[in-house]
Design a protein around this ligand. Structure first.
Ligand SMILES: Nc1nc2c(ncn2[C@@H]2O[C@H](COP(=O)(O)OP(=O)(O)OP(=O)(O)O)[C@@H](O)[C@H]2O)c(=O)[nH]1
Ligand SMILES: [Mg+2]
Length: 188
């Protein structure tokens, strides 16, 4: 008898320009469903000309086991926050991407988590530190985990333009999801 497929839902979140759409396009070879629209401030003053207005989406199938992972990226702009609530339902885990070139990325992370976590079912979180230069990455010394209140956040440097590195973030997240389920961790 064929084993029933296990289905997971994960969300990629993070501030505007942190690389969420890039991550989804890397993961799905440029074929992810996207909803980017021209940035309202796209007059040359911002690096990026488009922004996600609803979601990015794709499904991963594991080659060696009956497991499917539905991957959503949510808009970074707070005016599309209503999508956080819609897409956050029944989420098994969260990847937060940070653009480390922005000022005070870890302070921004805590502020962001305060807003996003209430929309989620489960508190399994991996933080991807994106846009590090290779030399900075070699020098980086950081603990594997950071605390956000009671919650333990797995930290990992990444370059989301590289599909393998996005897959690595998702593998870390799946490990966190399994551990979080085993310990019965819930959002406060
Ligand atoms: N230098 C550098 N650029 C990167 C890296 N990752 C992504 N980028 C660039 O940064 C920009 C990120 O844009 P998006 O992926 O659209 O950002 P987003 O998080 O989806 O933004 P919103 O949808 O507006 O919330 C793109 O221009 C990428 O090419 C990186 O590791 N290094
Ligand atoms: Mg986007």
């Amino acid at each position: 008898m064929q084993e029933a497929a296990s289905v997971r839902k994960v969300i990629i979140a993070g501030p505007v320009g942190s690389g969420k759409t890039t991550a989804l396009q890397s993961l799905f070879w440029g074929q992810a469903l996207t909803t980017d629209a021209r940035h309202s401030e796209a007059d040359g003053s911002v690096e990026k000309k488009t922004t996600t207005v609803a979601m990015d989406y794709g499904v991963l199938s594991c080659p060696d086991r009956p497991e499917r992972v539905h991957v959503y990226a949510i808009p970074g702009q707070e005016r599309f926050q209503f999508m956080w609530d819609i897409l956050g339902r029944n989420t098994d885990g969260l990847v937060v991407l940070l653009d480390v070139r922005q000022p005070e990325p870890i302070t921004a992370l805590h502020l962001y988590l305060d807003k996003i976590l209430p929309h989620l079912k489960r508190p399994a979180v991996v933080v991807g530190l994106n846009k590090l230069e290779p030399a900075e990455r070699d020098l980086l010394q950081m603990p594997p985990y950071l605390r956000h209140g009671e919650l333990r956040l797995r930290l990992a440097p990444t370059d989301v333009r590289d599909r393998t590195q996005v897959l690595d973030l998702l593998k870390l997240l799946l490990t966190e999801i399994v551990q979080s389920a085993e310990t019965g961790q819930q959002l406060a």
